[in-house]
Design a protein around this ligand. Structure first.
Ligand SMILES: *[C@@H]1O[C@H](CO)[C@@H](O)[C@H](O)[C@H]1NC(C)=O
Ligand SMILES: *[C@@H]1O[C@H](CO)[C@@H](O)[C@H](O)[C@H]1NC(C)=O
Ligand SMILES: *[C@@H]1O[C@H](CO)[C@@H](O)[C@H](O)[C@H]1NC(C)=O
Ligand SMILES: *[C@@H]1O[C@H](CO)[C@@H](O)[C@H](O)[C@H]1NC(C)=O
Length: 347
């Protein structure tokens, strides 16, 4: 897509001018939808791509929620010919959810044995550490803990100031959990209504995506179609007496899945069942920036992550389920995929 390359190049030039000049240069004139292209797609209709992390070398790592507990990589995602290949399939599980970097080429992943989509069998959830080498293959997979107390672990995030622990949300029990990666200590650190699913909602899914930014932990709640936050200390524990704040409720959407911050603090949100990416600006303005209810463009989008190299720092990589939970026009599904969205013009 020529438009993609042109604005991509403009994004690169933009990156060279001082940051204060960027709002003047771009001044929100960009036509929507933003330019995008599919960079990788699975080959089976049921393949559900669930979450995404980016390696320090710029390669993407994506998890499958269904049908296998597999991590795939997209190498050189910003090149003309990205390649998709299997990295690792975890044992004792058939689905993965969140993935987050915890150290150099080291990632933590949540795995479980699901009886049906989003319904884990009791006592089957584990957190695994995956250490990657230079090539495609995992060089080591270590079970950090088997977590019998967990139901549906979903988004997870490493705590920036201590690489030895993560936060993870349980979207069915509706709790925020801190896990020490060395000792395996599993502690519920927050238990509030804003983390819980809502009875009567079609999905019955509470906390979903999870991010840490500016001394706050942020999470999306699918049933509440909202993003919340609370202040946390350097160890990832909510500050005593801190209150949960609502960051945003999406207008005109029936769902919200995972999300990502850009460098300016705008929030890019996967709506999943609405088949769109919604951008929530720091001033609260909301815009559908990619996709629509009746398109396959980002159908069933599940998560997103910005690129980490100079070449793709304005590229938002979006993962999709292929509309597994809510087929487009009632019947149309496709294999999950990874879509690169050029956000370079949107500031
Ligand atoms: C689908 O892709 C996987 C991994 O990329 C590969 O191993 C498998 O052979 C492919 N299956 C078909 C039917 O193309
Ligand atoms: C939970 O699973 C573990 C490991 O598979 C097993 O040792 C344990 O007995 C199980 N607990 C229950 C209550 O089923
Ligand atoms: C989002 O999806 C719901 C149905 O799932 C629909 O009623 C609503 O109109 C959609 N919103 C947009 C903006 O398409
Ligand atoms: C869904 O239906 C609408 C309205 O008929 C149509 O414009 C759109 O192309 C359809 N979507 C797909 C993916 O076929």
């Amino acid at each position: 897509m020529a438009a993609f390359k042109l604005t991509h190049l403009m994004g690169l030039i933009g990156a060279l001018v001082p940051a204060f000049a960027i709002p003047t240069v771009y001044s929100r004139q960009t036509a929507l939808p933003l330019p995008y292209k599919v960079i990788a797609q699975m080959n089976q209709t049921d393949d559900f791509v669930e979450n995404i992390a980016v390696r320090s070398n710029g390669d993407l790592l994506v998890t499958l929620f269904y049908p296998t507990a597999s991590v795939y990589t997209v190498k050189r995602p910003f090149s003309d010919s990205p390649t998709l290949s299997l990295v690792h399939t975890f044992e004792d599980a058939n689905g993965l959810t969140g993935i987050s970097e915890t150290g150099p080429d080291t990632f933590v992943v949540a795995a479980a044995l699901y009886q049906e989509l989003a319904v884990p069998s009791p006592n089957t959830t584990s957190l695994w550490e995956l250490k990657l080498g230079g090539g495609d293959q995992a060089i080591a997979a270590r079970r950090i803990i088997h977590a019998p107390q967990a139901s549906l672990l979903n988004g997870l995030v490493s705590i920036p100031s201590t690489k030895s622990a993560i936060l993870v949300v349980d979207g069915l029990l509706g709790v925020l959990v801190r896990v020490d990666l060395t000792t395996g200590l599993y502690e519920v650190v927050l238990d509030v209504p804003e983390l819980k699913p809502v009875a009567g909602k079609p999905l019955f899914l509470g906390a979903n995506g999870l991010k840490i930014r500016d001394e706050h932990v942020y999470w999306s709640n699918t049933d509440l179609v909202s993003i919340y936050r609370i202040r946390v200390d350097e160890q990832g524990y909510p500050i005593e007496a801190a209150e949960v704040e609502k960051v945003v409720t999406l207008e005109n959407s029936s769902g919200v899945d995972d999300f990502a911050f850009d460098g300016l603090g705008n929030i890019w949100v996967a709506t999943n069942t609405n088949n769109t990416v919604v951008t929530v600006s720091t001033d609260g303005r909301q815009a559908v920036t990619v996709g629509s209810l009746t398109e396959l463009t980002v159908a069933g989008d599940t998560a997103m992550h910005f690129g980490r190299t100079l070449a793709d720092k304005h590229t938002l990589y979006v993962t999709t389920s292929g509309a597994a939970a809510a087929p487009v026009n009632g019947t149309i599904v496709e294999p999950g995929k990874i879509v690169a969205v050029d956000t370079g013009g949107y500031y």
